[in-house]
Design a protein around this ligand. Structure first.
Ligand code: HEC
Length: 151
């Protein structure tokens, strides 16, 4: 007699993977703690984190690098939804950009962290370069599309 168990497992896996694909930018923002800052102020924090990681690698100081890495992983959300800085027609596409880059930045700092754990500072520096390119990729497409809503 054929068991339906494998089919059940398959259906379960499919629905779990569909569910995880449906994580939206709203879910992402909700999962973060909120800070009383603007998106631009969050970016100043990103910049500080990048500096910490860079000085940490150049100075072979894992504590400092870890501080920056930790900020990238645990950074808060700004007080307003990030996409309100974009014009209405750009918002949906900025939302998917946020989802993509949030994940990409976490992946980049993991590579840096693993290199630092192995004290492979050259590899960490390469990872830093990749990470900076990630920041720049988003800026190239979005930084000049900001439409401020002055309320
Ligand atoms: C999802 C896209 C995105 C990513 C990823 C991103 N930024 Fe930005 N960044 C922006 C946008 C959009 C602005 C313009 C914000 C504004 O003017 O309100 C900006 C602005 C900035 C600014 C200028 C802030 C100011 O006060 O004018 C700095 C500095 C900055 N980002 C650093 C970084 C660093 C460092 C990283 C990577 C660790 C990074 N950003 C990753 C979208 C991004």
């Amino acid at each position: 007699m054929k068991s339906i168990f494998p089919k059940l497992v398959l259906v379960l896996c499919l629905s779990v993977s569909m569910y995880s694909q449906e994580k939206t930018a709203d879910d992402l923002i909700k999962s973060m703690k909120k800070a009383d800052i603007t998106y631009a102020q969050l970016m100043t924090g990103m910049s500080e984190a990048l500096n910490n990681i860079q000085s940490g690698i150049i100075g072979m100081n894992s504590m400092l690098a870890e501080r920056g890495i930790n900020f990238i992983r645990t950074h808060p959300a700004p007080k307003q939804k990030p996409w309100v800085i974009m014009s209405k027609e750009d918002r949906e596409s900025f939302k998917s950009t946020l989802l993509y880059f949030d994940k990409k930045m976490d992946e980049d700092v993991l590579v840096i962290e693993n290199a630092i754990i192995r004290k492979d500072w050259d590899l960490a520096l390469k990872g830093l370069n990749t990470f900076e390119n990630t920041c720049m990729a988003c800026h190239n497409s979005w930084k000049n599309k900001v439409k401020y809503i002055m309320e």
